[in-house]
Ligand binder design. Structure first.
Ligand SMILES: [Zn+2]
Length: 265
């Protein structure tokens, strides 16, 4: 098989070299950009189930798989409509856990001081399975629409002022976070408000570390003329890019202010 280099601007689709390369079986990245050595898998009382849109699965710089590899006991299910997916239904009907969707909205329970005791008490008896969508905003909205179970299960959300560290996928809004950043923010909020904690303590930092490392690696490839991903000409900083219509909602999941009536900055 003849491999292709990754153009970080365009995912895995652009042919830049004919150097043979076999993708890593775990992260599915080419060996030069495999991030598996950075991963420190950790446990969490919540079981995370990442519902990955098929198009997101093909995106070389997506972070859903990365989150899955960091979180022990997490699952990644690829698909669009999950209403009749046997594994989804099995997880949904697991009586030892309570299903929750990580999704912002007025009906979502926000992890904060006011909800801490309720969450802690409820989860102590029945820890959650947290379903989250790995896809663009339009994809996520459609996936919710066609999977009624996601609409009716309780939703959970967090508040954050954190800005996405994505350097290669334009965010429709500065407060939109990638999938792995959204998982980190949820775990961090649960930790800060003393609802539950990762094992070992503070292990969720690995989520942002691996993500940053992937971004740094891509930058290195873009900036080094000796490497196959070299990009001629300066790379425009993300904050100078203007979202084109086709990028709307492109990456990914979370606007922290969707659960409150806060104006978009
Ligand atoms: Zn790998």
């Amino acid at each position: 098989m003849r491999g292709v280099a990754v153009d970080p601007r365009r995912g895995d689709n652009s042919r830049m070299t004919t150097t043979p390369r076999i993708p890593c079986r775990s992260c599915l990245r080419p060996p030069q950009t495999c991030y598996c050595a950075e991963i420190r898998p950790f446990s969490h009382p919540a079981k995370f189930v990442i519902l990955q849109h098929p198009r997101e699965a093909r995106h070389g710089l997506g972070s859903g798989r990365m989150a899955h590899l960091c979180l022990k006991d997490s699952e990644l299910i690829r698909g669009f409509e999950f209403g009749e997916d046997p594994r989804f239904l099995e997880l949904l009907n697991d009586e030892s856990r309570q299903p929750l969707a990580l999704y912002p909205g007025p009906q979502a329970t926000v992890v904060n001081e006011a909800n801490r005791d309720t969450l802690r008490e409820s989860w102590a008896h029945r820890p959650p399975t947290v379903f989250l969508i790995d896809g663009t905003w339009p994809q996520a909205k459609k996936m919710f629409r066609v999977t009624p179970q996601l609409q009716v299960m309780p939703w959970i959300a967090f508040e954050t002022d954190r800005r996405s560290q994505y350097k290669f996928r334009l965010q429709p809004d500065p407060l939109c976070l990638s999938t792995i950043e959204a998982v980190h923010e949820l775990i961090d909020a649960l930790d800060r408000f003393d609802v539950c904690h990762p094992t070992p303590d503070g292990a969720h930092q690995n989520l942002v570390d691996v993500f940053k490392s992937m971004n740094d690696t891509q930058l290195r490839y873009i900036n080094d003329p000796a490497l196959s991903g070299y990009r001629r000409g300066p790379y425009r900083p993300m904050n100078e890019l203007v979202p084109a219509k086709r990028w709307q909602g492109r990456p990914i999941l979370f606007r922290s202010d969707d659960s409150r009536d806060r104006p978009t900055p």
